[in-house]
Design a protein around this ligand. Structure first.
Ligand SMILES: C[S@@+](CC[C@H](N)C(=O)[O-])C[C@H]1O[C@@H](n2cnc3c(N)ncnc32)[C@H](O)[C@@H]1O
Length: 293
């Protein structure tokens, strides 16, 4: 059995386990942008099994369609840069902006998510809530996990992409420096693993709710206005072809419900499994499944 790497903001280290490197669509090169972090850069590249270059070398590199992304190690943490879109600001996960955009409001998407996962309590009164545990089995950029944590849930994020793991660890670490995020980030931990094998190792009915939001090959991906975040996600992880296999293990581990997030018109995650409820918004549909044990 492989070791699990559960990380909290207070115990952040560089990722150790590399699983499913093949799910990366475009290759990544680690690029040291801060000489004082060279050792950390080398360790990260070693873990990811990719090359290291310096920023100076980057500028000299020839560019073509197969050019890899650069995972920049900078003074301020990690950021992804696309050499083919050099005018774009490097991308990083920033929980402060999640906070600014989502935490304050009672936006319809946030209300839907709370309702779908049945997170108890009143929005805005986090401190009054009792502990409610959620596994976000497809953490991605951590946006949904952050929302759940800001609603008072204790959230375990499971992510299998080593690059996303590194970006999440970095975001948690940076977020620690923002006092307004401390309480929320304390409720978030990262599990670096494939979620199917992780769930298989957990006891039945051991977490309140599980969220599944695998990549969906959406027709919208061809539209220019697809959110920048989603474009990064697609380029890094592509399509989660094995997503249907998440449902049964999740239903065994969830005590209250499993929630599958889908585009409104997408087919069911598993055509043989009917949800017992559906909550629909303008851009999102949540299919709700009961626990199986
Ligand atoms: C659409 S994104 C999730 C976005 C996320 N809800 C957010 O708010 O940022 C799907 C993510 O799930 C991850 N994923 C898919 N299947 C997985 C599995 N079996 N185990 C762990 N991670 C998985 C992918 O690597 C990808 O990062």
């Amino acid at each position: 059995m492989e070791p699990l790497n559960e990380l909290s903001p207070s115990g952040v280290t560089v990722p150790v386990a590399v699983e499913n490197s093949l799910i990366m669509k475009r290759n990544v090169i680690v690029c040291c942008d801060d000489p004082s972090r060279r050792e950390e850069t080398d360790a990260l590249a070693h873990i990811l099994g990719v090359a290291v270059i310096t920023t100076t070398e980057t500028r000299r590199s020839p560019m073509d369609d197969s050019a890899p992304f650069y995972l920049l190690v900078t003074r301020d943490g990690f950021a992804l840069s696309d050499p083919l879109a050099s005018r774009e600001i490097p991308f990083r996960i920033d929980f402060s902006s999640h906070s600014a955009n989502r935490q304050r409001g009672t936006g319809p998407e946030r209300i839907l998510l709370r309702k779908a996962l049945a997170i108890p309590g009143t929005l805005g009164k986090v401190e009054q809530q009792t502990s409610y545990s959620v596994i976000d089995a497809t953490a991605g950029l951590g946006g949904d996990a952050f929302q759940c944590a800001s609603l008072g849930a204790e959230v375990r994020m499971v992510e299998r992409s080593p690059i996303l793991q590194a970006l999440l660890v970095d975001a948690l670490k940076r977020g620690e420096r923002d006092p307004s995020l401390a309480a929320t980030l304390k409720r978030m931990t990262l599990v670096k693993s494939d979620a199917i094998s992780y769930l298989e190792r957990l006891e039945s009915a051991s977490v309140d709710a599980i969220l599944l939001d695998p990549m969906y090959p959406d027709a919208q991906s061809r539209k220019a206005q697809v959110k920048k975040e989603m474009r990064w996600l697609r380029a890094l992880v592509g399509h989660d072809g094995d997503a249907g296999s998440l449902l049964k293990p999740a239903m065994r581990v969830a005590r209250k419900r499993v929630v599958v997030k889908r585009p409104p018109k997408a087919p069911l995650l598993d055509p043989d499994m009917q949800p017992t409820g559906t909550i629909s918004g303008r851009r999102i549909r949540y299919d709700i499944y009961p626990p199986s044990s």
